[in-house]
Design a protein around this ligand. Structure first.
Ligand SMILES: [Zn+2]
Length: 280
């Protein structure tokens, strides 16, 4: 059994293909997908998908750093309101994401400030709702690592973490997880990351519909890629594939606290303690 901890099911490229994507996930023994959001509109859609495909699709709601400077007036507070109002429904909204910082999309001072404001507001919300976060840290991992200790967070997933490698011990030490996707198959850099992350801190993702190079060139990105990612992790870490898959499933249940709502997780795993995941 497999998990896709980070996919943009609400992206228009998936549009009316959702049923097909769900079928592909099931065929490939993907038992959980986390539908990540970019803004208010996709947050609404992600939640709708989680409602329509219970026990398979879970929602991560929030504002992506790429959108921080393109929000409609009051969209930030409307998004916070929408998430807060719906957060009580156990087992649907399982994280705040995708949130973070990305200097590439905030070159001017005022844009950087606005991105920081949105990120901090999302972190505040995650703390208030006791939800884990899914973080985008491209060229900003060091900065994000500096911001997080100001919040009591119930878990952090560093999605597509690409470095610097020397931050990994700190990330693991603070209870963070790292998820990697198709680049594990073909990118030396990501293989290096996977080599350095303890298996107990690793998750798998596709970040679909993002397209990839290497063996995935011209291939649509769907959860069908997850078994190949697990195979690649197994090769890189020299750990049996079945053991890798099982531990990743356990990590997923542990981080997102889904064993109560999903039978597949229920019997095998129980969350140790909430405090174990607090980022201090
Ligand atoms: Zn993403």
């Amino acid at each position: 059994m497999y998990v896709d901890a980070h996919i943009h099911l609400s992206d228009s490229q998936y549009g009316d293909r959702i049923d097909e994507i769900v079928a592909i996930a099931k065929q490939n023994e993907v038992v959980a997908m986390v539908a990540n959001s970019m803004n208010l509109e996709t947050s609404k859609l992600s939640l709708k998908l989680a409602e329509e495909h219970q026990r398979l699709v879970y929602a991560a709601l929030g504002i992506h750093p790429w959108n921080a400077n393109q929000l409609a007036s009051n969209e930030l507070e409307q998004t916070v309101g929408f998430i807060s109002e719906n957060a009580a429904v156990k087992g649907k909204i399982i994280a705040i994401g995708e949130i973070g910082l990305d200097p590439q999309y905030a070159k001017r001072k005022e844009h950087k400030e606005q991105q920081g404001r949105v990120f901090n507001r999302m972190l505040q919300l995650a703390e208030q709702l006791a939800l884990p976060i899914i973080v985008h840290s491209r060229w900003s991992a060091q900065e994000i690592l500096g911001v997080l200790p100001s919040y009591r967070l119930n878990g952090v997933l560093w999605h597509w973490f690409s470095g610097p490698l020397e931050l990994l011990p700190k990330i693991a030490e603070r209870g963070g997880y790292v998820s990697e996707g198709p680049p594990v198959v073909f990118s030396d850099r990501i293989q290096e990351v996977v080599r350095h992350v303890p298996l107990e801190r690793l998750l798998t993702e596709t970040d679909g519909p993002v397209r990839y190079y290497g063996p995935f060139k011209d291939k649509p990105t769907t959860p069908a890629l997850i078994p190949e990612i697990v195979r690649a992790v197994s090769e890189v870490k020299k750990i049996k594939e079945s053991k890798v898959a099982e531990q990743i499933l356990r990590n997923f249940a542990d981080l997102f606290d889904v064993q109560q709502v999903t039978p597949v997780f229920k019997h095998s795993f129980s969350r140790s303690t909430t405090t174990a995941h607090l980022v201090i």
